[in-house]
Write a protein that binds this ligand. Structure first.
Ligand SMILES: NC(=O)c1ccc[n+]([C@@H]2O[C@H](COP(=O)([O-])OP(=O)(O)OC[C@H]3O[C@@H](n4cnc5c(N)ncnc54)[C@H](OP(=O)(O)O)[C@@H]3O)[C@@H](O)[C@H]2O)c1
Length: 333
């Protein structure tokens, strides 16, 4: 192989991304520099935050410029190494694998993939999404036994793990998701109940029905109408984790201002806290140790949705953004 296929950003999308948001190019396979490794991509992770990286809007980190290789995390096999700690054949995970078949990586941003689990676990329950669920619940939501914890996008990468951790903490986890198969999956992994938000004509009433004592912890992965419906049902001293806003991320700010929830926040004395998982990276080793132990003990299960082939990476991203994924969206190369 001499060629390195890459997906580059063609233009910033207005509204939802489409297949022509990216184009594929052939580039030479790069050479690793001093203390760098060359990695052949085996798996790519498709995550909602990537939508923010293909926008000119200011964000918490720099985005991809048109013509640049699309950003993304992945797992790969080391095929050349100029670093004494890394040898050919090692399996590496990096948030900077990007949408390409080969990547040169500086090893300070690379994690070793544990041998005991499938390599792609490092992109899901044993990686960034699992860490997000762990920190959101143990540091911000802090449910007490018997509390009601509502989780949106509940059957996805973050949501599945969050629901199971809430259950392990003795809380009653409630799933909100967009189809019956997703709700069924959430029930099968321990959520106490669920709401298919696409079937409920009055979502606020549906949350009230399933959470008669109010919502003590809300793990908000979507923003938008689900956010409004749950905020209307907060219990006194509720904790709200603002993790994601996939429901409104394709919209201009003026298109969706939502309900004004300040009255409810005053009445309930609720705490609302935004989460950017990179602020908590120092907690990664400890969090992953807990997640690995729970998984070994059979307390955490996880569903993946895998498409095959590098050609299908943009399709996989659109599939995940539109909610067609059943579990963590991955592409296997
Ligand atoms: N703050 C952080 O540091 C951090 C870190 C990781 C992830 N996140 C956020 O966490 C959220 C979940 O990420 P993930 O990787 O676990 O993704 P995911 O849940 O595996 O996939 C995205 C899901 O979002 C839901 N969705 C799409 N459009 C929606 C809409 N209009 N209204 C409601 N739900 C919609 C879909 O599920 P349904 O069928 O249920 O609608 C879709 O399956 C995202 O918002 C992401 O940005 C934040």
């Amino acid at each position: 192989m001499t060629s390195n296929r890459q997906w580059v950003l063609d233009h910033y999308p207005e509204g939802a991304a489409t297949l022509d948001t990216w184009r594929m190019i052939d580039a030479p396979i790069p050479e690793p520099g001093p203390r760098q490794i060359l990695v052949k991509t085996l798996w790519l992770s498709l995550d909602p935050y990537m939508r923010g990286r293909i926008s000119p809007a200011k964000n918490y980190t720099a985005g991809v410029q048109p013509g640049g290789v699309m950003h993304g995390g992945g797992v790969g096999e080391v095929v050349a190494s100029n670093h004494p700690d890394w040898k050919v054949g090692d399996i590496a995970e990096s948030m900077n694998m990007n949408w390409q078949e080969y990547a040169v990586l500086s090893t300070e941003h690379v994690n070793r993939v544990p041998k005991e689990v499938p390599a792609q676990a490092s992109l899901s329950w044993l990686g960034m999404p699992g860490l997000t669920a762990f920190i959101g619940l143990t540091e911000i939501g802090r449910p007490l036994p018997g509390d009601t914890v509502v989780i949106s996008a509940a059957s996805g990468a973050v949501g599945q793990v969050a629901g199971q951790i809430a259950t392990l903490m003795g809380a009653r986890a409630i799933a909100i998701a967009g189809d019956d198969e997703k709700i069924e999956h959430c029930r099968s992994i321990g959520f106490a109940d669920g709401i298919n938000y696409k079937k409920e004509p009055d979502l606020t009433a549906a949350v009230a029905r399933v959470c008669p004592d109010g919502v003590d912890v809300f793990f908000d992965n979507t923003g938008g109408p689900i956010h409004d419906a749950v905020l209307a049902n907060l219990a006194v001293r509720a904790r709200v984790i603002i993790c994601g806003r996939i429901a409104v991320i394709d919209k201009a700010p003026s298109e969706d201002i939502g309900l004004r929830s300040s009255a409810r926040l005053i009445v309930t004395r609720a705490t609302v806290q935004g989460l950017v998982i990179f602020d908590w990276w120092h907690r990664r080793p400890d969090a992953l140790k807990h997640l690995a132990a729970w998984h070994r003990e059979g307390k955490i299960q996880f569903k993946e949705d895998v498409l095959d082939g590098f050609e299908r990476v943009p399709e996989a991203f659109l599939r995940m953004m539109s909610g067609q994924n059943q579990g963590k969206q991955l592409v296997k190369l």
